[in-house]
Ligand binder design. Structure first.
Ligand code: FEO
Length: 393
């Protein structure tokens, strides 16, 4: 148990080994943590718990550091199992604890754990006095689940933000300012791009709402990763920026290839972009980490996708990335499509149509090359890169 601020303690479980999250959907090369917080005021309040595979360790921490029979409230900011997973073990030991959550949170907890605990539901602006301090709740509907919320501890002015402002990062300290902040910011960006990007419209509205609440935030303590203790508003400012149809002007080319014809086209397009001074990166999606690719697509102004044609379609890693692009509802991005083929040649047209359906403004026509590209065909790809660069501004 580590002191965060007066009467507020960190009780999290840091998982240094974790390499995937949400099943195997998201890569977590720097591990993660499940942060729980204890507030020892006149009432004893636990805010969030940890995922069930770590329940044994978490119960040991609670037994050593906290008397479970003395816990009055558990605030469930988010019912997803990575934060609610130890609730059944704790409430089995002390069924008198009041479980504080949103109305939708109560529904989800009931459907997940099939228990009728002692629930107390709250909504935005509701407060509960716990002694010297007061808890105030802010619903975070669909960021990223329907029941998510944050808890602001009035007094020490700590925002317990759950998923929001978090990172999958197991750090050498629980405080961002005592860690390698480059890694922390990179993981915070990846977290936003990979998990929160589909909800940017809601995030923009929520940030405005939180600003209007005029909370004197002195610290932001999420439920993954490290605590923003020094200049905590920096992460809110970044969220406002990232949620505002963000891009950094760069281009990401993603491709998959069988005999390198499509790869040669990708390299030629990149050469055209680079010759115009564009920051450009390339990923072969069959060997690249999907979460990292999604993160780079999120930061890009331009997305160019290529695949050779197989069985009248695209290679499977490109089918998957097109679906990821669709799901992220990107705004303010431009796109391009290319690929080689042997006889039928559907792939570039499929890519073009899928990117267009995903909301990208498509530049030029799909580029096709039969079998291996000839020098003039590669030159046409270079020229496409140059033309694409002109549309970035
Ligand atoms: Fe960290 Fe949405 O759970």
């Amino acid at each position: 148990m580590i002191q965060v601020k007066d009467k507020i303690y960190y009780l999290g479980f840091r998982d240094w080994e974790l390499r995937t999250f949400h099943g195997h959907e998201l890569s977590t090369f720097n591990g993660s943590s499940y942060n729980s917080y204890l507030i020892k005021d006149e009432k004893t309040v636990l805010v969030d718990t940890v995922w069930s595979p770590h329940a044994e360790d978490f119960m040991r921490i609670l037994d050593n550091e906290v008397d479970i029979s003395k816990i009055d409230y558990i605030v469930v900011n988010h019912a997803e199992p990575d934060h609610s997973g130890t609730l059944p073990r704790i409430l089995e030991r002390n069924p008198d604890i009041t479980v504080i959550c949103s109305v939708k949170g109560k529904d989800i907890l009931r459907k997940t754990y099939h228990k009728d605990w002692n629930f107390r539901t709250v909504k935005t602006g509701d407060t509960i006095s716990i002694g010297q301090y007061e808890l105030m709740f802010v619903e975070m509907t669909m960021i990223h689940w329907p029941e998510s919320m944050m808890t602001f501890v009035k007094g020490p002015n700590v925002l317990l933000s759950n998923d929001a402002f978090g990172q999958h990062y197991s750090g050498e300290s629980i405080f961002a300012d005592e860690c390698d902040e480059c890694k922390v910011w990179a993981e915070a960006f990846k977290y936003f791009a990979a998990i929160l990007a589909p909800f940017t419209i809601l995030i923009r509205k929520k940030i405005d709402e939180v600003i209007k609440l005029n909370l004197p935030i002195e610290m932001i303590a999420p439920s993954h990763g490290v605590i923003w203790r020094k200049e905590p508003l920096r992460i809110i400012e970044k969220y406002a920026l990232w949620a505002d149809d963000y891009n950094d002007g760069s281009v990401t080319i993603v491709y998959d290839t069988m005999y390198n014809a499509t790869k040669k086209m990708a390299d030629a397009i990149a050469a055209g972009l680079v010759s115009k001074g564009v920051i450009c990166r390339l990923y072969n999606t069959s060997v690249a980490d999907m979460s990292d690719v999604i993160t780079e697509l999120f930061r890009s102004r331009g997305i160019i996708v290529g695949s050779c044609t197989v069985n009248n379609g695209t290679l499977r890693s490109i089918t998957a990335i097109l679906d990821e692009i669709r799901a992220r509802k990107f705004k303010n991005k431009i796109g391009g499509a290319f690929g080689s083929f042997g006889w039928s040649g559907e792939s570039p047209k499929i890519i073009f149509e899928e990117l267009e359906k995903a909301g990208l403004k498509m530049i030029g026509e799909p580029i096709s090359v039969q079998y291996q590209p000839e020098p003039q065909e590669l030159e046409a790809c270079v020229q496409y890169g140059k033309d694409f660069a002109d549309h970035l501004k």
